[in-house]
Ligand binder design. Structure first.
Ligand code: 4AD
Ligand code: MG
Length: 461
């Protein structure tokens, strides 16, 4: 008999069907004549109830069937007369695959998210994290579906790199040098020629630069992989290791980029509700998240649009007191972003044409010489989830911008080549995957939407 997934049984079960279930025990209730064991195998938000008759030889084993144990059951599926479930399995045979010590930390009572974060190796067995991880999985699949459906090709860009895409110097270094005995050159500086790659290398902060090279050959591409930032920010929105989705389009400008970003997110909002209705229902009920209907509804409406300059006017006119004062030229802080989404627009909003001074070197300079063809997508409660731009395709302007921010164009000669050999207008963006999962699931802390989060002083599990 094949193992049946609980999700499958609950969706497509037939009265009288024989089933084999392998799952973990959530709870157990034993009385004189009968015992009820509630199990879950991770496939479904809903649990499955098992019924063991006192006459059954397996009844004696129930002593060891404690919360957390892994069991295997053969039985028959029947419509349930009890409250709370449609189906139950009447057990013929029960085996314990793995018992569970009685110090198992996940008991039936609700636990705080902070407590569960300390047992990240076990939290996937809780209702909350089961829901979050299933939503995360489905969002990842939908991302591929969207891009593949639009003719974009998935490009694999390197994780180890010698360039700093965002120019922010927030990189983790990769080296095989002996840190206790660093080789020195004639001037006394560390001799990276002796390092594994013959030069300094680091973990990538973004796949974009390689993504541009791929787009300027394949047309439309996207990357989807892990990225790393050594920002020392202990916030609810930052991770040291996070996943990014980066589409890049040849023959496209900022307008095309915004259209793509909006279509993409609205598709995800509509479709995730169809894929994970029970998970999102559960999260909506327990975490003051949007209801599934509200999430789907986000997909039905146009996002707000505003330029940075107009946004600064809105913020300056606001009646609230911001911690960081607003004037033209400042980088928008989370409190400003949230004022725009939560108060002014009350929906996702795209902010465009930021001052060049705090944006990356690769963004296309606008005609005013002060702003760049950039766009950020902000969503309520979270702020920025997408950052993107049209790329600077004029080699002279690019070279000047690099020199202005102390990046040596010679170090990125291959990137400059893309402007010399059939360069063209092109644009793209990066979606922070965990921020998307955070928005959709309603989790307040980004550390609760990735199974094993990495952050300053945090590399457990
Ligand atoms: O705005 P960012 O820095 O843009 C880039 O990296 C571009 N190269 C993207 C591109 O145009 N191809 O990062 C993109 C997104 C942010 O909007 C945010 O959602 C997320 O990545 N992000 C983080 N998410 C979690 N933890 C962090 N430390 C993050 N830093 C950025
Ligand atoms: Mg950004």
């Amino acid at each position: 008999m094949l193992r049946e997934r609980v999700k499958h049984i609950l969706q497509q079960g037939r009265e009288g069907q024989s089933v084999t279930v392998r799952a973990w025990v959530r709870s157990k209730r034993v009385s004189k004549n009968v015992a009820f064991v509630v199990v879950n195998d991770g496939s479904s938000q809903r649990d499955l109830q098992l019924v063991v008759d006192a006459n059954n030889p397996s009844f004696g084993k129930l002593e060891e069937v404690s919360t957390g144990a892994a069991i295997r059951v053969d039985g028959v599926l029947k419509k349930s007369e009890g409250k709370g479930q449609d189906w139950e399995v009447h057990v013929d045979k029960l085996d314990i695959l793995g018992g569970c010590s009685d110090d198992y930390p996940l008991q039936k009572k609700g636990h705080t998210l902070e407590f569960l974060r300390d047992i990240a190796h076990l939290r996937g067995r809780s209702n909350t994290f089961g829901a979050v991880y299933r939503v995360r999985n489905q969002l990842a699949m939908l991302i591929h579906e969207f891009f593949q459906g639009h003719g974009f090709q998935w490009a694999h860009t390197p994780i180890i790199t010698a360039s700093d895409c965002e120019g922010a110097g927030e990189m983790f270094q990769v080296t095989t040098l002996d840190l206790n005995q660093l080789p020195r050159d004639a001037t006394g500086a560390i001799d990276f020629k002796q390092d594994f790659f013959g030069k300094r290398a680091n973990l990538t902060v973004s796949g974009q630069l390689n993504g541009e090279a791929m787009a300027l050959g394949l047309g439309d591409i996207y990357t989807f992989g892990p990225t790393f930032r050594a920002e020392n920010s202990n916030t609810t929105r930052h991770l040291a290791e996070f996943w990014m989705v980066e589409p890049e389009m040849a023959f496209a400008d900022l307008q095309d980029d915004m259209v793509l970003a909006e279509e993409f997110l609205r598709f995800l909002f509509r479709e995730i509700v169809r894929r994970c209705p029970e998970e999102l229902g559960f999260l909506g009920q327990h975490y003051k998240n949007m209801t599934p209907e509200q999430i789907a509804d986000l997909g039905e409406h146009a996002f707000g649009r505003i330029s940075y300059t107009e946004a600064v006017k809105e913020l300056s006119a606001a009646k609230v007191q911001f911690e960081y004062p607003v004037s033209w030229g400042i980088d928008l802080q989370t409190e400003h972003e949230r004022y725009l989404t939560d108060t002014v627009f009350q929906k996702p909003v795209i902010v465009t044409d930021y001052p060049k001074d705090f944006k990356a070197f690769y963004m296309r300079l606008n005609r005013d010489n002060k702003t760049v063809a950039a766009m950020d997508v902000l969503v309520p409660r979270i702020g920025e989830i997408i950052g993107g731009s049209q790329r600077e395709d004029r080699i002279d302007v690019l070279r000047q911008r690099m020199m202005d921010v102390h990046i040596n164009p010679d170090d990125l000669a291959w990137y400059m080549d893309l402007r010399r050999y059939g360069g063209c207008p092109h644009a793209g963006f990066g979606l922070g995957f965990e921020r998307l999962v955070q928005y959709v699931t309603g989790m307040a802390n980004i550390r609760d939407v990735i199974p094993f989060p990495r952050f300053p002083q945090g590399v457990a599990f």
